[in-house]
Design a protein around this ligand. Structure first.
Ligand code: SF4
Ligand code: SF4
Length: 452
């Protein structure tokens, strides 16, 4: 019997490292059935950035789905031959948004990556995930040493010492130049000390703030702004004191750890729910929020955890959708100055991953009125895509260049984003090619407009 039987991309012994089934917009499907839903119409080629920039079929959504199908059918034996196709995908999801068959190409690509022998098994990946999962104190201590060296102007030394690789975040080392922040106090340190955000003595709340790793470790000002907004417009809430959502592990082949992260967060949610009843779990990085909304998919085939993951996912909200326009009111004098223009970039995991497009626009139109201008191709990926900017530098730069040209065409001074990797990536591009504009997180901008 061949290692790759029909409908099986991997050896049965590898099952724990893969998804059992995919939860597609058309229902629960095996990997093969989801890939076979692609009828090769090519409609996705009108939106897939890697295809549009290169014209190469093998790095289009249709090409990627075809590779996966051939691998499952055993018509290609060597997963290495599909490596370029899978590794160049930005997982942006633009293809799925326009696809009539709703083929979940990003999930299929990730399964394709995971089928490669040794994927996600490198020592830094294993060590980093293990530390973040089981010894967060040590992980944070090492990260702070790296940030301290950066502050002292010794960023290269931190890289040479292998600190970022050791904690499983080599891309953070590579991102040194783009990192203007290197906080020595993480958001979790701040919120755990804040008694107003503790569940102690509370009977009911309407929200719990989930701190994604971006705001927690790199942009604490984003989380501070989100919590200020939630307090201002929704009253009492708590800090969820959560773990990493698991997206990093999921995207880089460590699916067992992704499930462990999810379980820790689900347990924490259930613990709070027992005391405080129903509430929304609000996060402020669209990549993490979209992933948490898909927790159920991690547990298909596990009837104990699947319903618990589904309950958790249904409570999750992105700050981009949590602030309805009718609740918001600006404070006079805080609106953009006459002639100042604000635009909005649709982070991929907000628009394609969660379908969030109208809510932030409605809020912005109400608060900044004529200062708001639409960004051409606003849902064109920025090329950040986690570590993509460092693993596929040339493609990533081409994708980013198009984003920056579009921003420049609006003459905006402020570009609003909802994901922290977009914040890092777009600001890096703006600094080089259009320095009169700055990318700002939606929460920070909204907090500024509405605080007294
Ligand atoms: S992924 Fe969807 S849009 Fe693209 S070729 Fe297949 S069916 Fe058509
Ligand atoms: S996820 Fe993005 S880069 Fe990947 S195939 Fe789809 S549109 Fe192309």
């Amino acid at each position: 019997m061949s290692k790759y039987e029909i409908n099986e991309l991997y050896d049965h012994t590898q099952e724990p490292f893969h998804l059992k089934h995919l939860l597609t917009d058309l229902g629960e499907r095996t990997l093969y059935d989801a890939a076979a839903q692609c009828n090769r119409c090519g409609y996705c080629e009108t939106v897939c950035p890697t295809y549009m920039l290169t014209g190469r079929e093998t790095i289009s959504a249709r090409g990627r789905n075809q590779f996966l199908r051939l691998l499952i059918e055993g018509k290609i034996r060597d997963t290495g031959s599909a490596e370029e196709s899978f590794s160049t995908c930005m997982l942006c999801g633009a293809c799925s948004s326009v696809c009539y068959a709703k083929v979940p190409t990003p999930d299929l690509v990730l399964e394709g990556r995971r089928s490669k022998d040794g994927y996600g098994q490198s020592l830094p990946a294993r060590l980093g995930m293990n530390l973040l999962l089981n010894n967060r104190g040590l992980f944070e201590f090492l990260l702070k040493i790296g940030f301290l060296l950066k502050r002292l102007g010794l960023a290269a030394l931190a890289g040479k010492l292998g600190l970022y690789s050791f904690i499983g975040m080599p891309s953070l080392g590579a991102a040194q130049d783009s990192l203007s922040n290197a906080p020595l106090k993480f958001l979790r340190d701040i919120f755990r000390m804040d008694t107003a955000l503790s569940p102690e003595g509370k009977k009911e709340i309407s929200w719990a703030y989930f701190a994604p790793c971006g705001p927690n470790y790199v942009f604490p000002e984003v989380g501070l702004a989100t919590v200020a907004l939630l307090k201002r417009f929704f009253g009492d809430g708590v800090f969820a004191d959560n773990f990493c959502c698991g997206l990093l592990a999921y995207n880089y082949g460590r699916i067992t750890e992704a499930r462990e992260f999810a379980k820790k967060n689900i347990l924490r949610f259930e613990e709070l729910k027992d005391i405080l009843g129903d509430f929304a779990i609000v996060g402020d990085c669209s990549s993490c929020v979209a992933f948490m909304k898909s927790y159920e998919q991690l547990f298909t085939g596990d009837e104990t955890w699947r319903p618990r993951a589904k309950a958790f996912a249904s409570a999750v909200k992105d700050i981009l959708e949590a602030l309805p326009a009718e609740k918001l009111h600006k404070i006079k004098g805080r609106e953009p100055a006459e002639g100042e223009t604000v635009t909005y970039h649709d982070s991929c995991r907000a628009c394609h991953g969660q379908g969030i497009r109208s809510e932030p626009r409605a809020a912005l139109r109400k608060l900044v009125e004529k200062s708001f201008v639409e960004l051409p191709e606003s849902d064109w990926c920025c090329g950040g895509a986690g570590a993509y900017a460092f693993t596929q530098t040339s493609l990533s730069n081409s994708v980013l260049d198009r984003k920056i040209k579009n921003i420049a065409s609006t003459q905006a001074g402020t570009v609003l984003v909802g994901a922290t990797s977009c914040l890092l990536q777009i600001n890096a591009g703006l600094r080089k090619k259009y320095p009169s504009a700055k990318a700002v997180h939606y929460s920070v901008f909204m907090d500024n407009l509405t605080k007294c």
